[in-house]
Every structure is written in C-alpha cells, then in structure tokens.
Design a protein around this ligand. Sequence first.
Ligand code: SD4
Length: 291
Amino acid sequence: PVKKPVVISTWNHGIPANEAAWKVLKAGGRALDAVEQGVRVPEGDPTEMSVGYGGRPDRDGHVTLDACIMDDKGNAGSVCFLEHIKHPISVARMVMEKTPHVMLAGEGALTFALQNGFKKENLLTDEARKQWEKWTKNSDYHPEVNIENHDTISQLALDMDGNLSGACTTSGMAYKMRGRVGDSPIIGAGMFCDNEVGAAAATGHGEWVMRTLGSFLVVELMRNGRSPQEACEEAVLRIVKLKPNFNEVQIGYIAINKAGETGAYCLHPGFNYALYEDDKNVLYDAKAYLK
Ligand code: SD4
C-alpha cells in the first residue's frame, strides 16, 4: 500500500514548510507546486539564517544563494551564486520551465530573475551583518556543527497521484569564500528525484555531499533495493570513509520512496526533520552515526 500524500523536510523550519506544502497536496495539487510553496516559507523568514532572506553572508559580506528543484518527469532547474533575490527556488523553477538549460549562475541568474518579474532586494539583515562583523575579527573558517550551518531547507513530496518532486534552497556555508557554490544547487548532490524510485536531499557541509554525489547515491541505492533509511545510512558511511574532520562536518540526508516510506540519517546527533504523513506533522531527531 502506498502512503500518500507525504512530505518530509530538513530541520525545525520543516514544520511550517510542510504546512504550506500539505495545503497543496491535500487539495490534490502537484508535488512540484507543494515543494516550491513549502520551501518559500523559510526563504522568506529573516530568522532562518541559512536560507534566503536573513541568510549568513560569505566572508566579504555578500548573501549568495543556491537552490534547485526537480519534478516527476525528470525536469530540473537550478540557480547558484545568486544575489538579491528572496526566493531563489522560484527562479530555479523558472530556469526549468522557461529556458533550454538546467542551471544559471551569478549575474546571469540575477538578470534572468529580474527579466521575469523578481525584485532586487537587500537580503542581509542587521542580525546577519552583526554576526558576520564579529566573525571578521578573527576570520577563522571553522564551521560550527549544527549551529552555524543549520537551516538549509530540503523538502521532498509524494502527491496524491503518486508523483514525487523535490526542492532545496540555501545561503550556503556561513563565511564561505566569495564565489563558493555548495551541494544544494547541484542536481544529484543537494537533491535528486527519480519518479520511478524515490527522492533524496541533503543538508550540512556541502563539499562532502558533492564528493559523494550524495542524493543521487541515495536514490540509486533505493533503486537497488535499499529502504530509504538504509540508503541514507550508506550515503553517510561513504562520507565517513573519506575521513572528514568530524569536529566541523555535519551531514544530514532525508529520503522518500514511491511507497511513501521515508528515512533520515546524519553524522552528528542534532539533525532533525519534519515529516507530514497520516494528517500529522511531526518533528523527529534523525539517527546519527556518531554518538
Ligand atoms: C552548503 N549544504 O552550502 C549547504 C549548507 C547547509 O544547513 O546545508 N546548511 O554546503
């Protein structure tokens, strides 16, 4: 039996993001519309400091955003190194639907957004600016697990027609180098959706997700018979084998398959996710590799 609809999202703000997605799903809407509406909630929330408006800047004080989206037909859209646009996920969707390309970067992505009716805005809030100014006193790049790089939103949904879609959006690692792009906008790294099998998405230290093409890996493991939970665990183990600096690196994966089963796993305790199924929206702590 297939459980549907279902929507799963990363971190605490997965709860309000799931609420917005659930409205679309319950009305019989597409998973694609659900995940776009869902992740727009934290994108627009200035208190969420790893995504959209209010996101922490790079080390030079610029807020630069990465996002991607994928639908049930294998269509994909993405933007990276995008500045001044509050809802990069909607620009990513427009790249998917209105251009012959999958990914637009930087200035070109901004020009495309402005041509399509998006407004140029200042995304650096006073709070994010203050924290960054404090950081510049030492300019030490040692990411703080579960604190500084908390809050990227990845969301996966299965709609009432049994179709899957996914979205991922972030301001990236706090105090990254200017021009740095992480896993979140990379199809197959930050998120991947294959309507025959399932969908997966990541949060955390993107460099490690990119090196292992984590979300694609999770989906392919599910194709080969793993449950969403087993697939997430194996993808984290691949990163463990690369011996990251465990003091600085956190990774979290979420996954869903065609039957509406879900899974989640992380490196350090402290990663949580919101799962909306059976008409209930619940926050869970993911199981962790480290104790
Ligand atoms: C990145 N994966 O840019 C993102 C950061 C993140 O919660 O997930 N923060 O590497």
